[in-house]
Design a protein around this ligand. Structure first.
Ligand code: NAP
Length: 543
């Protein structure tokens, strides 16, 4: 949300319309308490006040009052940051330290709805586990307003605080606005979760993992993939789509429109790589559009046709009479399955990269860029992603240097021109050999592969943008043919080597563009529809 010091600020009419529809689901009244202090983040204070006031005009079930940091109520709730927004402070301990804008607008509205409905929306397993909690917990989730993964983790904390208001409090902290608190907990990437003053995790977590960590105050790995109880819950569909990036979502639309009962299952957030692409300039029909906005449009359209289940990792796929996709919650049984699991970021593989991940080493410029406003950052890579990230970071206000291992970029000409125009510094023929720093990134060792010289360069962050590797664990586990780089081999109809299994999008390699992913999703779903009615692997019945 762009902020201006304007008294006439107002939500766009289409946003109000969406909120009017969503607030029809409000049950009990929800009280918002806003705390500000003149002279401290005035711009954010003003917009926060106007924003919550507008919410109260959209629904009479939302009431708002305003306080200053020094008043008795602020003292009662121990509020010391401006702005702070508390939701239903009489009953719950849930608040935003910073303005609930940008991506956090989503968690804010979800939290209002959950609180109004008095429902934590936790799974039965999580509720049972939380019922065992005996001591107090305070959850702090550090976010930036441009991080698409953050609202999911904030909601994890809020759900727990709604379920156990007697013991759990939860706070969403705008890391870039509250730098002194971020520095105290050494926050270098978001979402970053601190529980009872201990840094517990970096990144968005599945609900069950978060709840386990909340209880144990330790980082946990979920070993148990699913239990017998989960496999008792069968959901019968025609088409299972795995992955909710552009390919999976389009496959969902096409599957449902063909008349197939379709479900799209996503292990993390909806949107895939698109959700963290700062700007897309090659999606026909839009000269330039933020990746997140395009993703939201595709998601909204997909939801008109089909259910999208997010944060539900599939642990196993079984191919027998039916195709079964098993998650920790249930088993989906279908006639065909499309894998659209995409790719994940490639690592450089140097000393310090792992250790300093979340403390200056980042793979997501959109998420973490704001933390490095006015700081020195290095972007590694020479492809479309690296140059897009470099331009984004430059626009955020970071001092950017691109380090590339050759003497020319492979990125599109248009992006190269923009980098030149913006006078972004480039170090050619150079490789990062080491990243170091005690708590945060402080410097990198660069090796010039032409002169063979090494150089130590000071930097506050390293954004690694050197391409992708396929998320092929499920594909490998079922025995799909992979190419030498690990991408799933498909024919031009999206069919794999195993009948009834299809793949689409980045997981199949190739040019890996949003437009091609979308095309492949449509092709795979159409093939699945044709094959369900006319199985090509069965002999044609003679009449
Ligand atoms: P990419 O095109 O594969 O480029 C990777 C870059 O990283 C290359 O410049 C490569 O150097 C460098 N690199 C690879 N391994 C390295 C290592 N170990 N150390 C240092 N540098 C290394 O990857 P990408 O930019 O992430 O793009 C992936 C795909 O997504 C591409 O097909 C791209 O076109 C697509 N994409 C599409 C959009 C869009 O549709 N709007 C946006 C962004 C990306 P070399 O050049 O020397 O190999």
């Amino acid at each position: 949300m762009k902020t201006h010091n304007r008294k006439d600020w107002s939500l766009p009419e289409e946003t109000k319309e969406v909120l009017r529809k969503r607030f029809k689901d409000l049950d009990e009244s929800v009280h918002l308490a806003v705390f500000t202090k003149k002279g401290e983040n005035d711009e954010f204070n003003q917009i926060t006040q106007l924003f919550v006031k507008e919410l109260s005009l959209i629904s009479e079930k939302i009431t708002v009052d305003f306080h200053t940091l020094g008043d008795d109520i602020a003292k009662k709730y121990n509020i010391s940051h401006s702005p702070t927004v508390m939701i239903q402070p009489e009953k719950y301990h849930i608040w935003y330290t910073g303005a609930p804008f940008g991506e956090e607008g989503r968690s804010f509205i979800d939290a209002i709805l959950m609180i109004s409905q008095n429902d934590s929306r936790l799974s039965q397993e999580s509720r049972k586990r939380l019922a065992e909690l005996k001591e107090k917990r305070h959850v702090m989730v550090f976010v930036t307003l441009s991080c698409p993964y953050c609202p999911g983790q904030v909601i994890n904390g809020f759900k727990a605080a709604i379920e156990r208001p007697d013991l759990i409090s939860a706070e969403c902290v705008d890391a870039s606005e509250q730098m002194h608190i971020s520095e105290q907990f050494n926050v270098g990437s978001v979402p970053h979760t601190v529980i009872n003053e201990k840094s517990i995790s970096k990144g968005l977590e599945p609900e069950e993992k978060f709840i386990e960590e909340l209880i144990t105050l330790e980082k946990v790995e979920l070993e148990k993939s699913y239990d017998d109880h989960a496999t008792e819950q069968k959901v019968e569909v025609d088409l299972i789509v795995v992955g909710a990036g552009p390919a999976g979502l389009t496959a969902g639309i096409y599957g449902a429109r063909s008349g197939l009962k379709t479900v799209v299952i996503e292990k993390g957030n909806i949107g895939g790589q698109l959700a963290i692409t700062p700007v897309v300039e090659n999606w026909p029909g839009f000269k330039s559009i933020p990746g997140q906005e395009l993703m939201e449009m595709i998601t909204a359209q997909t939801k008109e046709y089909v259910s999208i289940l997010d944060n539900e990792p599939i642990h196993e796929i079984k191919v027998g009479k039916h195709i079964e996709a098993i998650t920790s919650k249930r088993v989906f049984q279908g006639k065909a399955l499309i894998l659209a699991t995409g790719t994940t970021h490639r690592k450089i593989g140097v000393n310090g990269e792992e250790y300093l991940y979340g403390h200056g080493v980042s793979y997501c410029a959109t998420c973490d860029g704001y933390l490095y406003k006015n700081k020195q950052v290095i972007v590694v890579g020479g492809g479309n992603s690296a140059l897009t990230d470099a331009l984004y970071l430059h626009n955020v206000g970071a001092q950017v240097t691109i380090v590339h291992r050759r003497d020319e970029f492979r990125a599109e000409h248009h992006l190269q021109q923009s980098v030149k125009q913006e006078k972004i510094k480039v170090v050619w023929n150079s490789e990062v050999k080491e990243i170091s720093g005690s708590k945060q990134v402080e410097k990198v060792v660069l090796f010039n592969n032409q002169s063979k010289e090494t150089d130590t360069v000071k930097t506050d962050a390293v954004f690694v943008s050197i391409g992708e590797t396929p998320m092929n664990q499920l594909a490998g586990q079922i025995g799909l043919n992979l190419d030498e780089s690990g991408y799933v081999r498909v024919n031009r109809f999206g069919r794999t080597n195993i009948p009834r299994l299809y793949a689409a999008g980045d997981i199949t390699g190739g040019v890996r563009q949003i437009v091609t992913a979308v095309g492949e999703g449509a092709t795979a779903a159409t093939s699945a529809f044709e094959d369900i009615s006319h199985p090509y692997w069965q002999p044609v019945q003679k009449k």
